[in-house]
Design a protein around this ligand. Structure first.
Ligand SMILES: NC(=O)c1ccc[n+]([C@@H]2O[C@H](COP(=O)([O-])OP(=O)(O)OC[C@H]3O[C@@H](n4cnc5c(N)ncnc54)[C@H](OP(=O)(O)O)[C@@H]3O)[C@@H](O)[C@H]2O)c1
Length: 272
């Protein structure tokens, strides 16, 4: 597994997205993913399935220390006392004593970022998390977070796939040594039926989904694809035995559109 290093963190370049993997599906997919070689789980309190993900983790037989676990604090729980409660709830559900990475799930303009980051840094200092990071932060918010945080920010987790140009956010992150984690890396399945990605994939003996993931990896991103199908777990991880040419990369870059986002939520800040 390739590792992405960022501000002291070593993050496996492929992780398992766990949104919607609830109930027995969540524990089964988590367990299988770890047995197949995944070493990174992307969780969130908001997904309501950390108990099941924890069950899968403990059933897999893979040592806790060998798995990079990320969780996220919901945008409604960013005031310091609520944040601390949310983190403890995630740890109890996952049945772990700490996570590797704690993210602010979405920025919330109603709660001062300085207070939230103060609480995030406290969680790190007290050993509840090894690293801290942000998610869904725009360029101005990244700059603000870097200025306000006394601990290094290791990643900004954002929506990123071939239908979105995230070069400005990536440049802002790079300036501060922050890795970019790409969520919806196969555009919630849209990439799978894409003609361009399918054609390019054929030349390497790869699927359109693998081309989408590989394009992100070659841009330096960490990818966290989700699947509910055990047979697709290996497919989504098998992206390190081929390299897209510069011409293929450029052709995929052309797929980006202003309306390419697949996620939209009412509380999201305005994107650049
Ligand atoms: N920070 C945030 O605000 C945020 C927001 C959204 C997501 N996330 C994280 O990012 C993860 C990934 O994003 P996502 O789950 O929204 O979307 P995604 O991973 O881009 O796409 C998931 C969809 O693609 C399908 N799929 C996966 N692998 C496939 C393959 N090899 N062939 C064909 N179809 C395939 C899945 O269907 P099947 O189940 O049928 O395979 C599912 O419908 C989430 O699970 C979550 O952990 C974070």
């Amino acid at each position: 597994m390739q590792i992405v290093e960022a501000n002291g963190a070593k993050i496996p370049a492929v992780g398992l997205g766990t949104w919607l993997l609830n109930g027995s599906l969540g524990s089964r997919i988590t367990e299988q993913a770890l047995k197949l070689g995944y070493r990174h789980l992307d969780c969130a309190l908001m997904y309501g399935n950390e108990r099941e993900v924890g069950e899968g983790l403990h059933a897999s037989g893979v040592k806790r220390a060998d798995v990079f676990i990320t969780t996220k604090v919901p945008h409604t729980e960013l005031a310091p006392a609520a944040l601390e409660r949310a983190v403890k709830q995630s740890l109890a559900s996952l049945r772990v004593s700490n996570v590797d990475l704690l993210l602010i799930h979405w920025p919330n303009p109603q709660i001062p970022l300085a207070e939230t980051l103060g609480a995030m840094c406290k969680m790190k200092r007290e050993g509840y998390t090894r690293h801290i990071g942000i998610s869904n932060f725009t360029v101005p918010l990244i700059e603000e977070a870097v200025t306000l945080s006394s601990e290094p920010i290791v990643t900004n987790q954002i929506e990123w796939h071939p239908y979105l140009d995230e070069s400005k956010v990536q440049a802002a992150c790079r300036k501060h040594g922050i890795a970019v984690t790409a969520y919806c890396p196969i555009a919630r399945g849209r990439a799978v039926g894409d003609e361009t990605l399918t054609r390019i994939g054929r030349t390497y003996g790869k699927t359109a989904g693998q081309v989408s993931l590989r394009w992100l990896i070659q841009k330096g991103a960490i990818v966290i694809p989700r699947t509910s199908k055990i047979e697709r777990l290996t497919e989504n991880m098998s992206i390190f035995d081929f390299e897209l040419s510069a011409q293929d990369m450029a052709e995929i870059d052309m797929l980006a559109k202003p309306a390419g986002r697949v996620v939209s939520v009412a509380w999201a800040p305005k994107w650049d």
